[in-house]
Design a protein around this ligand. Sequence first.
Ligand code: ATP
Ligand code: MG
Length: 275
Amino acid sequence: QLPDTLSPLRGGAAQEGNSRMTQVLAIASQKGGVGKTTTAINLGSYLAQAGHETLIIDLDPQGNATSGLSVRSPVPTPLSDLWGGQSKWQKLAAPTAIPSLALFPGPARSGEPLEGFSLRSARIADLRAELDAASWDHVIIDSPPSLGPLTSLSLAWADAVLVPVQCEYFAMEGLTQMLELVDRANQGRSKPLEILGILLTLFSETHQLSVEVATEVRKYFPREVLETIIPRDIALAEATSHGEPVCRYAPRSRGAWAYLNLAKEILANECAQAR
Ligand code: ATP
Ligand code: MG
């Protein structure tokens, strides 16, 4: 059941009669375990619940978004097949338990699929054009915890990037490195990669360190840090391990409300930009 608070955003751009445009959002950080996959799954599922046709692309060799949504890839190497032209986005995208939410499954193997991979490859632009021609309103890419070719591919396909930051030691160092990668990804692009936001995750209000890190990140990046903060909530970890988004597993948990608010914040920013 869609909470009432989201219903004004239901249908979004499509209902207002705007021409449909696919927004591709990369969720990326070279740091492991900061909540990239949890964010991809739960942001994606709330966008879909708000009536937006949404695709999550699992670009992580770990395949966590795929198992977290209980999807099994129909082929052993989906990204290779796509890259090599043997298959198409729509054919490989699998339905999930959430209507309007599809998943392009992993595993994405880093070496073999991207033979001849170069960020200037025409294949990247072709596949992005094919993604635009498909019917999704929002595409969310879950990236691996590295600064390697799959993260570069994720950023190359994206219009914007969301960087989750865990409220713990070395958060600022990781963030600076990631923002440098975004700068590099911007070289040679005609349309710059937008930083949609920095998302504070795994926040524990009772832990002084968590509060200090959140304050510090907000101080240095006042415009980039999103208002929504994702609390540490075991319901989020349990949901993924049960292969369900939190909106189905524990819709009244704090984690669920946080991701619902994140979807609202992102849709509201989008509406404001479109005006
Ligand atoms: P990786 O870099 O390995 O891909 P990641 O950045 O995708 O990791 P997640 O897999 O989303 O991070 O989260 C890491 C672990 O923390 C998982 O076990 C997940 O269930 C758990 N987790 C993520 N966010 C939260 C949260 N807000 N509260 C509690 N547990 C969380
Ligand atoms: Mg992950």
